[in-house]
Design a protein around this ligand. Structure first.
Ligand code: CA
Length: 224
């Protein structure tokens, strides 16, 4: 799942981005209102974390423009102001939640997960193939009932393979979806990640689920 943070305070922005990446989300960070709006309108985000006081456009204007453009991403406002009027204004404009600074990161993460669970039941469904299960919200993977520990990137990679099982996924697509960048030359990164994932979910189990489509990419399937 993809999150956009719009936050002009450099330290806070970096900290939030790192934390949410480690929690397994794909995260972009914009440092002013105009960049934030551009990314929000062009990117496909599940959730936006918006600071209110921003250079360029403020958080309110940003949310208004995003809603006017028909974008339905969930929105959490972050603000130092805790007046009731501000809270009401944010909710009237279509924000889904509101967090007053300073807040604990764990609180933000809990609110994000609650919103995603409430508003995106389809994306929150437990995914499975054969005896492998992945629970996107609880961040749990099991095979044959055994808990499997994955890194954040391995989790995102497996989630992508599961959502598009039986489909050959080109390395370039995996690179853009999992690493959020284009690896034109360095496909080694993907090979290494696939090898590690295989070691965890396939080596000790049958049937094998991750298959290499030579020269094309990878597919998750129960081979005939
Ligand atoms: Ca600010």
């Amino acid at each position: 799942m993809k999150i956009l943070i719009v936050e002009d305070e450099a330290k806070t922005g970096d900290y939030l981005k790192q934390g949410l990446c480690e929690a397994g989300f794909v995260v972009d960070l914009a440092r002013d209102g105009h960049d934030g709006l551009h990314l929000a309108l062009t990117g496909d985000y599940d959730l936006l974390v918006l600071d209110v006081m921003l250079p360029g456009l403020d958080g309110w204007q940003l949310l208004q423009a995003i809603r006017q453009a028909g974008k339905e991403a969930l929105v959490i406002f972050l603000t130092a102001k805790d007046e009731v009027a501000d809270r009401v204004r944010g909710l009237e404009l279509g924000a889904d939640d509101y967090l007053v600074k300073p807040f604990a990161f764990s609180e933000l993460l809990a609110r994000i997960r609650t919103l995603l669970r409430r508003n995106k039941p389809k994306e929150a469904e437990v995914l499975h193939i054969a005896d492998l299960e992945l629970d996107p919200l609880r961040r749990r993977v099991t095979r044959s009932g055994q808990r499997i520990d994955l890194t954040a990137k391995e989790f995102v990679l497996l989630e992508l393979l599961l959502r598009r099982q039986d489909e050959v996924l080109p390395r370039s697509l995996i690179a853009s979806q999992v690493w959020d960048m284009n690896f034109d030359s360095d496909t080694n990164v993907i090979e290494v990640a696939i090898r590690r994932l295989r070691a965890k979910i396939d080596d000790n189990f049958e049937p094998k689920l991750i298959h290499t489509a030579r020269g094309m990419g990878y597919v998750l399937e129960v081979a005939a």
